[in-house]
Design a protein around this ligand. Structure first.
Ligand SMILES: [Zn+2]
Length: 320
C-alpha cells in the first residue's frame, strides 16, 4: 500500500493538457515539464487530479525548497483550470443570495455521440474583501472545471470503449453538481459540492468534494492536518467516533472489514469534511465503505468530541 504507484496515463495526460504541456506557473511556461504532487506523495499516498500539477525542473526545485508553497500551487492550478474554455458552455448567474454569493450554473450540451448534458452550480462570493473573493472564487471555479473535465474525458472515453462510437445504444450521459455553504463567517468559509454522473448502466455515481477556507489573516485551504495540533491523535479520535457512528448507521454491533478500512485514521478518508457552527461533518463516498449498496453516509462530529486535540492556530478552533 505504501509502495509508490505510477500516475495513471490518462490522469497524467489531463494534467499536461490542462497546462498546455508547459510549466503551470504562468510567468515561467517552460516546456520541459513533469507532473508533480501538490501535497507530497509521502503524505497523500494517492493520485488525485486536483493534487497534480505540471512543473518544470526549476519551479519544482523552488517548491521543494519552500520558496513556492502549496497554497500558491493551488492558485496557479485553479488559474489554469479557469482558463480552459468550454465551447458550448452557457453560464447563468442568479440573483445574489442573502448570504453573500451568487449562484452560477454552467450548462453544456455535448452533441457528438455519446451525447451528454452538464449542469453544475457553483457559488461566486461577493461579500468578502475583493482580493480574498478573487482567490476563493478562482479555487472554487477551478474545482468545478476540473470535475467537468474529468467527466468529459474519462467516463466518456469509457463509454465509447464500452459501446463503440457508432453503437445505436449509446447512453445519453449526464453530469450535475450542486453545492451548499456549511458555514460563512469572517474567518472561515466551508463549502460542500455534490456531483452526480451517469454514463450508462443501472446506476449513477455520486461523489462529494469540499473546500474549507481560512479567510484571515490570509486565505488558505484548511485540511485535516491543520485542524489538529497532533494530526495523528486527531485523526485517531475522529476515526474512533466515526466507526461507532457508522456501526449504528448500518445497525451492526461490530464494524465490518470495509468499514474499518474506509474510516481508518488516514487523511484521505477524511478529505471530504465540512466545518459547521458546532462540529465537523464527514462525507463518506459510496465506494469508500465497501460498495454502492451501502450508500454514502455522512457523520457529524461535535467539537466537544475533538476538544483537546484542536489546533488553536486554525480558524476552526475559534468556533468552539
Ligand atoms: Zn517553471
Amino acid at each position: 500500500m505504501n509502495e509508490r504507484r505510477a500516475i495513471p496515463a490518462e490522469m497524467r495526460r489531463q494534467v499536461l493538457l490542462e497546462a498546455g504541456h508547459r510549466c503551470a506557473i504562468h510567468t515561467c511556461r517552460h516546456t520541459d515539464v513533469e507532473v508533480h504532487h501538490i501535497e507530497p506523495w509521502s503524505r497523500c499516498k494517492e493520485h488525485r487530479l486536483e493534487n497534480l500539477i505540471a512543473l518544470c525542473p526549476n519551479c519544482h526545485k523552488l517548491v521543494e525548497s519552500g520558496k513556492i508553497d502549496r497554497k500558491s500551487l493551488h492558485v496557479y492550478k485553479a488559474r489554469l483550470a479557469a482558463q480552459f474554455r468550454f465551447q458550448s458552455e452557457v453560464e447563468v448567474t442568479s440573483e445574489p443570495h442573502k448570504g453573500g454569493w451568487k449562484t452560477t450554473t454552467l450548462n453544456e450540451e455535448g452533441k457528438e455521440p455519446p451525447t451528454y448534458s452538464i449542469g453544475v452550480e457553483y457559488p461566486n462570493f461577493e461579500l468578502l474583501p475583493r482580493n480574498k473573493a478573487r482567490e476563493v472564487n478562482a479555487i472554487v471555479r477551478g474545482l468545478v472545471f476540473e470535475e467537468v473535465l474529468r467527466f468529459r474525458n474519462a467516463p466518456l472515453c469509457e463509454v465509447i470503449a464500452r459501446f463503440g462510437r457508432d453503437s445505436a445504444y449509446l447512453p445519453h450521459c449526464t453530469f450535475s453538481g450542486s453545492f451548499d455553504v456549511a458555514i460563512m463567517k469572517p474567518q472561515i468559509l466551508s463549502l460542500r459540492h455534490v456531483f452526480t454522473s451517469y454514463t450508462g448502466g443501472a446506476y449513477s455515481n455520486t461523489h462529494f468534494r469540499s473546500l474549507t477556507f481560512q479567510l484571515a489573516p490570509e486565505v488558505f485551504l484548511v485540511d485535516p492536518y491543520c485542524v489538529f495540533t497532533d494530526h495523528y491523535r486527531g485523526l485517531q479520535l475522529l476515526s474512533e467516533f466515526c466507526v461507532r457512528e457508522l456501526c449504528s448507521y448500518f445497525d451492526v454491533s461490530e464494524p465490518f472489514e470495509t468499514l474499518l478500512q474506509g474510516a481508518a485514521p488516514s487523511p484521505e478518508n477524511y478529505n471530504t469534511f465540512n466545518v459547521h457552527q458546532h462540529g465537523i461533518s464527514i462525507d463518506f463516498d459510496e465506494h469508500q465503505l465497501g460498495g454502492k449498496a451501502l450508500g454514502a453516509p455522512s457523520v457529524f462530529v461535535p467539537y466537544t468530541v475533538l476538544k483537546g486535540e484542536m489546533n488553536p492556530l486554525c480558524a476552526v478552533y475559534s468556533l468552539m
